[in-house]
Design a protein around this ligand. Sequence first.
Ligand SMILES: Cc1cc2nc3c(=O)[nH]c(=O)nc-3n(C[C@H](O)[C@H](O)[C@H](O)COP(=O)(O)O)c2cc1C
Ligand code: SF4
Length: 399
Amino acid sequence: MTAVLSPGLLAAGDPTLATHLAVHGPLRPPAPDAVADLAAAHGLTGRGGAGFPVAVKLRAVAGAAHAGRRRAVVVGNGAEGEPAAHKDAVLLARAPHLVLDGLQLVAAATGADDAVLAVPGPVVAVLERHLAERADPVPVRLVAVPDRFLAGEESALVSVVDGGPPLPRSKRPPVRERGVAGRPSLVQNVETLARLALLARGDRRAAAGVLVTRHAAGLPVDVADVPLTARLDAVLPLATGVQAVLVGGYHGSWLTVGTAAGVTLEPAELAGVGAALGAGVLAALPEDRCGLVETARVVGHLAEQSAGRCGPCLNGLPRIAAALQALARPGPPHPGLLADLGRWCGLVVGRGACSHPDGSVRLVASALRVFEPELAVHASGCCRARPGTAPFLPLGSGA
Ligand SMILES: Cc1cc2nc3c(=O)[nH]c(=O)nc-3n(C[C@H](O)[C@H](O)[C@H](O)COP(=O)(O)O)c2cc1C
Ligand code: SF4
């Protein structure tokens, strides 16, 4: 794919410590107090989905640890439960030492004496070998995370680290106050940690880039490190044969090609068109697929993956998924189904213990906007999807 790319995070050709040091040089850590200042000065935000300022979280966890006279725990989040995202997997495979450097930086900044790197099970053995090459001041524990959409949500991840199920818990008390083993905990996405490690080496561009997983028909799915100032149509080919663009992933938003082609990846610009980078997924839906069918399939998966603990997931998401599946089938829908769907979507927003229902409904709402003309096509008994084509959006292992 043609794009405005900078090697940045993925610059090292192989993941060994020797190559890491040759490409990036040794890490000369700033004073612990200066790490949050560094993140603040460069406006570094989290790359796990919510885009929260790193400095604010570092200071909050350090403050909670100080106030409670308990040592903090830091957790690198490499769970990547989003089936369409591969950026964290590629980062851990290509530049594990940047992630591990970042983990040490946040451990120093929060005064933590326990550092955890939580990753999919198959990666643990590989990372064990990379860890063995290092002499880190704060020992790092590797924890295997199950392959579930929700496992990377921060309270679910804390539960996994503590030996529990991969399920979110209520937001109170927050993880920053009571997380791993009841201690103040910082959960930070692995890309965020790697960007911090580059910033600490004086690479000022590190905070202004993002790893994206790109999906486009006829091209291999790939991961690229792109500047936030890049235009979306320079990162993803949109000129011909594309019907709509999914930005952010399965908690993200569909955009029309016209809208997508007019924006850069800057968070404020994406917010202006109702989108966010989320898990860094960019997918160009080809003309011969149906956006309603693709979305219905994904929302069915999201409903299945929910913990079903809170009302919105227990009652709301399965109904929403079933309604979307009915609208995606050719033929006139049940009268009032579209209105019911809109009402159910409104009812779940803001009501879950985590933002899974909100994210799922965001995707549904954007699909109903962007694929509105398809609703009439389906009601008349047709569908634009070419018969026999495989689904475009992946649902992960076995789905
Ligand atoms: C349903 C759900 C799934 C999530 N999955 C992930 C994930 O796989 N990896 C991740 O880094 N963050 C994930 N997050 C975001 C985390 O809760 C948390 O905000 C993030 O790890 C913090 O790191 P950051 O500030 O560096 O982005 C998820 C959030 C939700 C609501
Ligand atoms: S909102 Fe859904 S996914 Fe989140 S904690 Fe409640 S039941 Fe689980």
